[in-house]
Write a new protein. Structure first.
Length: 251
C-alpha cells in the first residue's frame, strides 16, 4: 500500500505536470498520467469516463500503453538479473512499474516464482487504487474544469454521470469472491474462480479489440510528439521511482 500510494502520486503528478508544460489538453494528460501511474488500459478507460474524453484519445492512450509495455516484459527481468536484485525487490519493481497486469504476470514469470508472487500482489494493490483516482478525476473535471451548474444537486448528478461504473463492478467482484472463497471448499472455489477468470480474459480481449477499432492513424499524426514524450518521460520516472521504493521497502 505504501509503495502504491507513493508511486501513483509521484508518477501521476509528474505526468500531469509535464503534460501541462507541453500544452496537452487536460483530458488527454489525465488519460496518459492515469495509464502510466496505475494499470495501463484499464486506468485509461476509467479516466476516459471520468473526464469524458474523446474515443480517439482513449485509443491513442491504449496504443501507447501496449507499445511501452511489451518491451518491458523482457527488458525488466533482464535488468533485475543484471542488477542482482533479490526476488522480492525484483518482483516489487516489476509490479510497480509495468502498466498492464498481464505484462506484469509475464515479466514476473520470467524472473521467478517468488518475484511473480510479489509482482502480482503489488500490481493488484496498485489496481485497487484505480477507484480512488477515478473519483478524484471525476470530481475535479465535473466541479472545476467543466462545471455547468452551481447547485449541489447538479454537481452530484454530474459526478454520478461521469463516474466509470465498472470500478464499482471491480469492488463488487472482489467482495463477492472473498466471501465465496470463505464459504465453500478450496477445490470448488478454485474451479469456479478459474471459469470466472476465463470469462474475464475473453471480455478483456473483446474490449481491447473494440478500443483498437477506434484507433485512427490520422489522430496519431495530429497529436504529434508531445503525448509520446509525456508518456515516455513518465515511464522513465516510473522505472526509477519504482526501483527506489522497491529497494527501500522490500530490500
Amino acid at each position: 500500500m505504501i509503495q502504491s500510494l507513493l508511486l501513483i502520486t509521484i508518477v501521476f503528478g509528474f505526468g500531469w505536470w509535464l503534460g501541462g508544460r507541453l500544452g496537452l489538453e487536460d483530458k488527454l494528460r489525465a488519460l496518459l498520467s492515469s495509464a502510466v501511474a496505475i494499470c495501463g488500459v484499464s486506468a485509461a478507460i476509467a479516466a476516459a469516463g471520468a473526464v469524458q474524453a474523446k474515443k480517439e484519445q482513449l485509443a491513442y492512450s491504449a496504443s501507447l500503453v501496449i507499445v511501452f509495455a511489451l518491451p518491458s516484459i523482457f527488458v525488466l527481468p533482464w535488468a533485475a538479473a543484471a542488477l542482482g536484485l533479490p526476488p522480492e525487490v525484483a518482483g516489487a519493481w516489476i509490479g510497480g512499474n509495468i502498466d498492464t497486469t498481464a505484462a506484469v504476470t509475464a515479466a514476473g514469470s520470467l524472473t521467478g516464482q517468488k518475484a511473480l508472487e510479489i509482482a502480482t500482489i503489488v500490481k493488484v494493490t496498485q489496481n485497487a487504487l484505480l477507484g480512488v483516482v477515478a473519483v478524484a478525476l471525476t470530481a475535479y473535471f465535473a466541479l472545476k474544469v467543466e462545471r455547468s451548474g452551481p447547485s449541489a444537486r447538479s454537481a452530484g448528478s454530474q459526478l454520478w454521470q461521469r463516474f466509470p461504473k465498472f470500478v464499482l463492478g471491480f469492488l463488487a467482484a472482489s467482495v463477492l469472491t472473498t466471501v465465496y472463497i470463505g464459504l465453500v471448499p478450496a477445490a470448488e472455489s478454485k474451479a469456479a474462480i478459474g471459469v470466472a477468470n476465463d470469462l474475464r480474459t475473453w471480455f478483456l480481449i473483446l474490449a481491447f479489440v473494440s478500443i483498437g477499432l477506434e484507433f485512427r492513424a490520422g489522430a496519431l499524426r495530429a497529436a504529434g510528439w508531445r503525448p509520446v514524450g509525456v508518456f515516455g518521460a513518465a515511464t522513465v520516472v516510473n522505472i526509477v521511482a519504482a526501483l527506489g521504493l522497491a529497494v527501500l521497502l522490500f530490500g
